[in-house]
Ligand binder design. Structure first.
Ligand SMILES: C[S@@+](CC[C@H](N)C(=O)[O-])C[C@H]1O[C@@H](n2cnc3c(N)ncnc32)[C@H](O)[C@@H]1O
Length: 285
C-alpha cells in the first residue's frame, strides 16, 4: 500500500460523507499525520507509509468523515499568516474575518501620534487581536471573551505566537478598566450575528461542532451587534472607529442602527467574494 492509495480511499470516504472538498481535506489530513507541510506531500505519495501513519491517518479521517471541522481535525488554521490552534469550544476563524482584521489594522495605523488602543470583542481563539498585535506592533490591544473554552484557545495562541495582548474574561466591553473610557481608537468585533431560526440549516460542521453561542446573535441576529454598538460609545475616543463583521444582508440595518446611535461616516466593505461583510462607523464623541 502506498500513501497515495490511503489518500484515494480517504477522498472517497469524504465524498461519500458529502464533503465537497474531499481531495483537499484528505491531503491536509495526510500531511498532518505525516507531520509535514501539505506542499511537501506530493513527493511522498508513491512511497510506503511510515510506521504508525496508517493508524494516525485512519483516526483523523474518521473524525472528519463525521463532519468535524477540518481545522479541529488538523488542529490549526492559518489567519493572516499566523498559525493558530483551534479545537472544541472555539469558532474556527473564517477567511472573511481576515477582511475585518484588515480594516481594524488600517484604522489603527491612521493614528499619527502615540500608541493606538484596540479592543477585540469576543476574540475566540484570538485571531483578530493577534493579527492586530502582529501588524500594528506598537498598539495596546485588549481582547474580551465571555466563554472559558474559547479563552483557553486564545491563551494557547498568545503563548504560541509570543504576541502581546491583554485577554479579559467577561461580557462584551464590561471587563475593560474604566480608565479606557473615551480613549479607545478601534473597537473591532466579529460578533455572533446569525439569526436563531437559521441555526438548524447550517452545515453539520457548524451545527454539530462549533459553539452555538459563538454564532447565534439572538432571534434576529442583530441583538449582540446592537448591544455592543451601544456600549462601544462609552469607550471610543472622539474620532475612533467601531468595526463590525456582519452577515451579507445586514449592512443596511446595521448602518441605520449606527446612525441612530450617533455614529457618523459609516461604510461597508466587501469580502474577497464581493459580499458585504464589514461595517465601519466613526464615533465623533
Ligand atoms: C463569531 S465568534 C468570533 C470569534 C473570533 N473573533 C473570530 O473571528 O474567529 C464570536 C465570539 O464572541 C464570543 N461571545 C459571544 N457572546 C459574547 C459576549 N456577550 N461577550 C463576549 N464575548 C462573547 C463567543 O464566545 C465567540 O468566541
Amino acid at each position: 500500500v502506498r500513501i497515495a492509495d490511503e489518500l484515494d480511499a480517504a477522498e472517497k470516504t469524504f465524498a461519500d460523507a458529502g464533503i465537497s472538498t474531499a481531495r483537499a481535506d484528505a491531503e491536509w489530513i495526510a500531511a498532518t499525520a505525516l507531520s509535514m507541510r501539505r506542499s511537501a506531500l506530493h513527493a511522498t505519495l508513491d512511497g510506503e507509509p511510515p510506521n504508525g501513519f496508517s493508524e494516525r491517518f485512519a483516526k483523523l479521517v474518521a473524525r472528519r468523515a463525521r463532519r468535524e471541522p477540518l481545522a479541529y481535525v488538523v488542529g490549526t488554521v492559518n489567519f493572516r499568516g499566523l498559525e493558530l490552534e483551534v479545537g472544541a469550544g472555539c469558532l474556527v476563524p473564517r477567511s472573511e474575518t481576515e477582511t475585518t482584521a484588515e480594516r481594524a489594522i488600517a484604522r489603527a495605523r491612521e493614528r499619527t501620534s502615540g500608541r493606538a488602543t484596540i479592543v477585540d470583542v469576543g476574540t475566540g481563539c484570538g485571531a483578530i487581536a493577534l493579527s492586530c498585535a502582529a501588524e500594528v506592533p506598537d498598539a495596546r490591544i485588549f481582547a474580551t471573551e465571555a466563554h472559558g473554552a474559547a479563552r483557553g484557545w486564545a491563551l494557547r495562541n498568545l503563548a504560541r505566537t509570543g504576541l502581546r495582548c491583554t485577554l479579559l474574561p467577561g461580557d462584551l466591553m464590561s471587563p475593560l478598566h474604566p480608565a479606557l473610557g473615551g480613549v479607545v481608537d478601534v473597537v473591532v468585533s466579529n460578533p455572533p450575528y446569525v439569526p436563531e431560526p437559521e441555526w438548524a440549516a447550517l452545515e453539520p460542521e457548524v451545527r454539530r461542532f462549533e459553539p452555538k453561542e459563538a454564532i447565534v446573535g439572538g432571534p434576529t441576529g442583530l441583538e449582540i451587534i446592537a448591544e455592543l454598538s451601544e456600549q462601544s460609545r462609552m469607550w471610543l475616543a472622539p474620532g475612533g472607529w467601531l468595526i463590525l463583521e456582519i452577515a451579507a444582508d445586514q449592512g443596511e440595518q446595521v448602518r441605520n442602527m449606527l446612525r441612530f446611535l450617533g455614529f457618523l461616516e459609516s461604510v461597508v466593505s466587501q469580502d474577497m467574494t464581493g459580499r458585504d461583510r464589514v461595517v465601519e462607523a466613526r464615533w465623533m464623541g
